[in-house]
Design a protein around this ligand. Structure first.
Ligand code: SAM
Length: 208
């Protein structure tokens, strides 16, 4: 496991550096509740893999062993907390500080890109997804475990009301992530509702 540092944006980084202090406590229940669904989704990771955004590395335990993984996050504090988990991963797992909207990888560098609760948090999500598409080889897989805006009216309204507060400390509750994946030029292969239509496992492909 190695770590490299590159420049990344100030306010965004500061917000997630702060969140890193309590992140494992706040998400403890979710990690256990959704572990099976994540294991099923990430079982499709193959070849050279990019993980966006690593957070504290809670998801590394759900990845198949023996892969060659580069995991990025914009927050240095998140990356530091992820380090012990990266060291325990039974394969090759490199951590790098990087903004998904400005990836420092060549075109078509990866066979798989995996994300978990990431595109609720990245500002300009379509910009980040376009970057992922660029770095994914043609035919490569995008695997996403994400919470999104519900299509059920009252739930969606509640998410809209909660978002101005939630975004101050962490993620947004009302992202149209499936729509954003399509807008970035991916083709949706599979969309599984894991918890109502709010938590989803999504598989997409770079077709062209
Ligand atoms: C809700 S946390 C999810 C962390 C981890 N994937 C998990 O499921 O536990 C969102 C993560 O996205 C990272 N992040 C936010 N904006 C980012 C960006 N533009 N580029 C890379 N990482 C970003 C944050 O630092 C944070 O670690």
């Amino acid at each position: 496991m190695t770590t490299q540092t590159t420049s990344a944006g100030g306010a965004l980084r500061a917000k997630w550096d702060r969140a890193s202090r309590t992140y494992d406590w706040v998400t403890w229940g979710e990690v256990h509740r959704f572990g099976d669904a994540k294991t099923r989704l990430f079982a499709r990771m193959t070849g050279r893999c990019l993980v966006v955004a690593a957070g504290t590395g809670g998801d590394f335990a759900f990845f198949p062993s023996g892969l060659e993984i580069t995991a990025i996050d914009v927050s240095p504090a998140m990356i530091e907390r992820a380090r012990p988990r990266a060291e325990r991963y039974p394969g090759k797992l490199e951590l790098r500080i990087m903004d998904v909207r400005a990836l420092e990888f060549a075109d078509e560098s990866f066979d798989t890109v995996a994300t978990s609760c990431t595109f609720c948090s990245v500002p300009d999500p379509v910009c980040g997804l376009v970057e992922l598409r660029r770095c994914l080889r043609r035919g490569g897989r995008l695997l996403m475990f994400e919470h999104v805006r519900s299509r059920v009216g009252p739930i969606a309204v509640l998410q809209d009301v909660m978002t101005p507060l939630s975004r101050r400390f962490g993620p947004e509750m009302n992202r149209d992530t499936v729509g954003n994946v399509l807008r970035a030029g991916f083709a949706i292969v599979r969309e599984e509702n894991v918890y109502f239509d709010v938590v989803k496992a999504i598989e997409a492909r770079r077709s062209g």
